[in-house]
Ligand binder design. Structure first.
Ligand code: SAM
Length: 333
């Protein structure tokens, strides 16, 4: 996944004036912070409180090393969501918008977009978001309404076709998250998509959103193939996906990395107010791990009928074999 050229160029311009050493230090700190958990899924020792973007260097580092990853995650989550509900949103509300990452992803995926609204608490991030959006080709993005506000307070009046909350829920105080989700859903006229880091903690947040909105009667669109009890949670595992992010030379330099890409792990959930055009079928399934490819056969791990099940696709099943060429972790099966 690459950033839209206009966004990439706008970020480069933002970074020109930054001190390289400060940017490198801030990037290292941010990467550690947003990793969020150690390998066992426990909170990382480096808990930075709930505001990692508290200096100019941290904000600039976010543009350089985190925005490409969250852009890729939001784009992937929205693309998988769109496969199931074919929406054409005219309006979008981005909650905890930071530099406006999700709005760029929405504008790229949905040419139908006419008006964008963002809510963010940090006035400096709003300034940055405005400067970036001024370079966008999509007029709705250039004309976005950037509202300064607190997500734990009342949200602005109105209803939006698409409401997105990307990597922000985990920054709200635990006790206020349920009420925030209720309010976000109340502002949604069609689709709500929540994206979190692909860690145990991020997934727990997503699972809580899932439970709450199912209880409200919302229609689960993605990634779950049905609204049965989550088998990942039952197995004390965590449902997450990966989006490949292309690293620019600057991105590599700041991270001290050699690979030209990285895989951003994320968890997400999407809910709609409208019935899915194709309904849900008992045979619906989603690929929830990297397919394991062997000579002549591939093993898939599927979420299906309330279970995590392995299935083997052999070359002899011609249609499935052909289909598999286009599919991977995260796709519907
Ligand atoms: C990790 S950043 C994510 C930014 C952007 N959504 C993205 O995906 O790249 C989290 C953002 O949520 C904002 N945020 C956190 N708590 C907030 C609150 N109570 N009200 C408004 N914004 C908040 C932060 O200031 C920050 O910009």
């Amino acid at each position: 996944m690459q950033l839209p050229p206009a966004l990439r160029q706008a970020i480069e311009e933002e970074l020109i004036a930054c001190d390289t050493a400060a940017l490198r230090a801030a990037s290292a700190r941010l990467t550690e912070c947003y990793r969020g958990t150690d390998a066992s899924g426990l909170p990382a020792p480096a808990a930075f409180g709930n505001n990692a973007l508290n200096s100019d260097a941290q904000r600039a580092a976010y543009l350089a090393v985190r925005l490409p990853a969250t852009f890729a995650a939001v784009s992937a989550a929205l693309a998988w969501t769109r496969e199931r509900c074919e929406i054409e949103p005219r309006t979008v509300l981005d909650l905890g918008s930071g530099p406006g990452t999700a709005l760029w992803a929405v504008a790229q995926l949905f040419p139908s977009l006419e008006a964008a609204t963002a809510i963010e608490r940090d006035p400096k991030l709003i300034e940055i978001a405005r400067r970036l959006a001024a370079r966008a080709a999509h007029s709705s993005l250039r004309q976005s309404a950037w509202l300064s506000g607190d997500l734990t307070a009342t949200l602005p009046e109105g209803a939006w076709d698409l409401v997105v909350c990307s990597y922000a829920l985990n920054e709200l105080p635990q006790a206020q998250r349920a009420e925030f989700v209720r309010r976000a859903w109340a502002r949604t006229s069609n689709l709500l998509v929540v994206i979190e880091p692909g860690t145990k903690v991020g997934f727990a947040n997503i699972l809580a959103v899932r439970t709450r909105l199912l209880a409200e009667g919302a229609i689960l669109v993605a990634p779950c193939p049905n609204a049965l009890a989550c088998p990942m949670a039952a197995a004390e595992d965590w449902c997450h996906f990966a989006a490949r992010v292309e690293r620019t030379a600057e991105h590599r330099r700041l991270k001290g990395a050699t690979l030209g890409h990285e895989d951003e792990k994320f968890s997400y959930v999407a809910f709609s107010r409208s019935a899915l055009p194709d309904g849900t079928h008992s045979a619906d399934a989603r690929i929830v791990r990297h397919p394991r490819i062997f000579s002549g056969y591939t093993q898939l791990t599927l979420c299906r009928e309330g279970e995590i099940a392995a299935t083997t696709v052999t070359r002899s099943k011609k249609e499935d074999w052909r289909r598999l060429k286009r599919l991977g972790w995260g796709d519907r099966w």
